[in-house]
Design a protein around this ligand. Structure first.
Ligand SMILES: Nc1nc2c(c(=O)[nH]1)N[C@H]1C(S)=C(S)[C@@H](COP(=O)(O)O)O[C@H]1N2
Ligand SMILES: [Mo]
Length: 245
């Protein structure tokens, strides 16, 4: 049996040297965390991100990137409490969907208290709830050849005013902790944190967690998305597409 201890003592150095997850990981805070990264790299991508107790939640969870899309379309939806908002699910699916918030809330829910790690060097712990992305993808039915799930957002970001977008592969899409969150800390998601719906993809860094998700698209390749690197920051600033933690 491989224990953590003999891994660290006997195999740790070799494993770390060849480990992508390690080089992509944010600043490590403690030896315990270092061990956790090592364990995850050994147990693979199906491993769960750590979940926390309610009392471990951060008193303050900052917002980052867009704090309000503030477009006429978004403002109209927000003014109406997102009653007219629909999540579009399309691309390489058998049954394109248009789902209201009520329909998303009626699906089986998952709640989880996890730590968000932003590449800029801050973290915060919060509780998120919503249906697993898997539930929605099963309703739509992926067609053969679908390889990635793309999230198209309501906010137009940066100087060039490009709508924010992100993408993940099917391993992350079907990971049990990958949810479409409409609730944060037991309250409907606020505008700052991505109302009415955001992605939580807990094994990835912060910029992968698309806020203000309007449309989900299944694709065979990322070539036709933005400039082809799979995400807003990947295309404009060279961030890694795979930002696994
Ligand atoms: N649509 C959209 N999603 C986004 C961003 C954004 O600017 N627009 N910023 C990303 C980044 S860099 C981080 S760290 C998190 C921040 O989420 P928060 O505002 O809830 O803290 O959202 C991510 N998702
Ligand atoms: Mo971030």
């Amino acid at each position: 049996m491989i224990t953590r201890r003999n891994l660290i003592v006997t195999g740790g150095a070799t494993l770390l040297a060849g480990c992508d997850a390690w080089s992509n990981s944010p600043i490590l805070l403690s030896a315990e965390e270092a061990n956790r990264y090592l364990q995850r790299s050994v147990t693979g991508r199906a491993a769960l991100a750590r979940e926390f107790r309610p009392d471990q939640r951060s008193p303050r969870f900052r917002t980052n990137g867009t704090a309000n899309p503030n477009t006429p379309e978004y403002n109209a939806l927000a003014a109406n409490g997102f009653a007219d908002w629909r999540l579009q699910v399309g691309g390489m699916v058998q049954r394109p969907l248009s789902l209201s918030l009520a329909q998303l809330r009626a699906l089986p829910q998952r709640a989880q208290i996890t730590r968000h790690d932003c590449v800029e060097g801050w973290s915060a712990i919060g509780k998120w709830q919503g249906p697993q992305l898997e539930q929605v993808l099963r309703l739509a039915g992926l067609r053969d050849g679908a390889r990635y799930i793309v999230f198209h957002c309501a906010d137009v970001f940066g100087q060039r005013k490009i709508p924010y977008y992100e993408s993940i592969d099917l391993i992350d899409a079907f990971h049990p902790q990958t949810i479409l969150a409409w609730s944060m800390n037991d309250t409907p998601l606020g505008v700052g944190h991505g109302a009415p719906l955001r992605l939580r993809v807990e094994r990835q860094l912060g910029y992968k967690h698309a806020k203000y998700v309007m449309r989900i698209e299944a694709v065979a390749s990322l070539d036709g998305i933005g400039r082809g690197k799979g995400g807003f920051w990947e295309d404009i600033a060279g961030y890694e597409w795979y930002a696994g933690i």
